[in-house]
Design a protein around this ligand. Structure first.
Ligand SMILES: Cc1cc2nc3c(=O)[nH]c(=O)nc-3n(C[C@H](O)[C@H](O)[C@H](O)COP(=O)(O)OP(=O)(O)OC[C@H]3O[C@@H](n4cnc5c(N)ncnc54)[C@H](O)[C@@H]3O)c2cc1C
Length: 285
């Protein structure tokens, strides 16, 4: 099924996973995936290790899950670091395996300055995907603007143009609903009405949360920073706080009428389950 069609029939619930690196990690992934599959998500997605060793793992997992499950699994695909021919081969292989959805991303350029490949921007990848198959194409959006952005206005203009080429967008994680609402209003003013699904992360680690927030240009508000400081070093209290924050944020976003919720599972089921339980989302299909 195409995700744009699913979005037309109501608010979606979806989960994100990453490709495991070891046999033990693959077992943990499968256990979490099986557990969360019982919640009947509308779709799932698997990230792509730009420039990394797990690129083939994403393809293998996505093809297997699409064959086994009643709901679609969407591969993330980054263009930086690939030649046009490599991307053409991978997208063709997804098409031939019956994959109907792709999240088209730029990826981050190599920090050592080595060859970044034939494409720079996600918009170029969308064009290639469209030329190969009839996929539903998603793209990334950054509510607090992309870390490489130099102008908010220009970033929003480019995002509106990219969303025009795509079927839906998915956001980076953020800690305050107002960032999503402001982005939505700015896109609205530019005439963009492509559905934009917020990404919500139930965090499990204080240093990890601070590191990833800094890396992605995600602002940690003072009250959350104070709560993080209180639970630092206590894994169970950190996990409980991650759930509280995700539940509160998701409830506010649902109140705003978002088209769906995309929960970052980090290949663990427990926190996502508690978030969906507390929000009263998704019983048996
Ligand atoms: C939901 C989501 C999922 C992600 N999944 C992955 C993943 O699986 N693997 C991974 O490696 N990374 C992933 N990322 C990270 C992403 O690849 C990086 O953040 C990357 O730097 C930006 O990707 P993009 O697709 O938004 O890029 P683009 O849309 O290409 O934008 C990148 C920057 O360039 C600017 N720009 C765009 N077009 C132009 C133009 N024509 N001229 C000048 N400037 C331009 C934009 O304003 C922006 O600042 C994900 C991000 C999100 C939000």
């Amino acid at each position: 099924m195409r995700i744009d069609d699913i979005l037309r029939s109501g608010t979606t619930l979806s989960f994100e996973y990453f490709p495991p690196k070891t046999p033990e990690a693959m077992e943990a992934f499968s256990a979490a995936y099986d557990d969360l599959a019982q919640l009947n998500p509308d779709f799932t997605s698997v990230t792509y290790g730009a420039l990394g060793s797990t690129r083939g793992t994403t393809e293998a997992i996505v093809n297997r899950l699409n064959a086994e499950r009643p709901f679609p699994t969407m591969p993330h695909l980054t263009c930086i670091g690939h030649t046009r021919d490599e991307l053409t081969a991978l997208i063709t292989s997804y098409r031939d395996a019956g994959v109907e959805n792709i999240l088209a991303l730029a990826g981050d350029p190599p920090s050592d300055g080595s060859d970044a490949g034939d494409f720079i921007y996600a918009a170029e990848l969308i064009e290639l995907i469209r030329s190969i198959g009839d996929f539903a194409v998603g793209v990334a959006a950054f509510p607090e603007t992309h870390p490489r952005s130099t102008s908010r206005e220009e970033e929003r203009r480019l995002l509106a143009a990219k969303l025009e080429l795509a079927d839906f967008g998915m956001t980076q994680f953020f800690w305050e609903a107002e960032h999503y609402v402001r982005m939505r209003d700015e896109l609205d003013a530019l005439g963009s009405d492509t559905p934009l699904i917020p990404g919500v992360m139930p965090f499990v680690s204080v240093p990890g949360t601070r590191r990833m927030s800094a890396m992605n240009g995600t602002h940690i508000p003072a009250d959350l920073e104070a709560r993080l400081a209180q639970v630092d070093g206590d894994p169970e209290a950190t996990r409980a706080l991650g759930i509280d924050v995700a539940v509160q944020l998701s409830a506010e976003l649902l109140e705003e009428g978002v088209p769906g919720l995309h929960l970052y599972s980090m290949n663990r089921a427990a926190s996502v389950r508690e978030v969906t339980d507390r929000l009263g989302l998704r019983a048996a299909a």
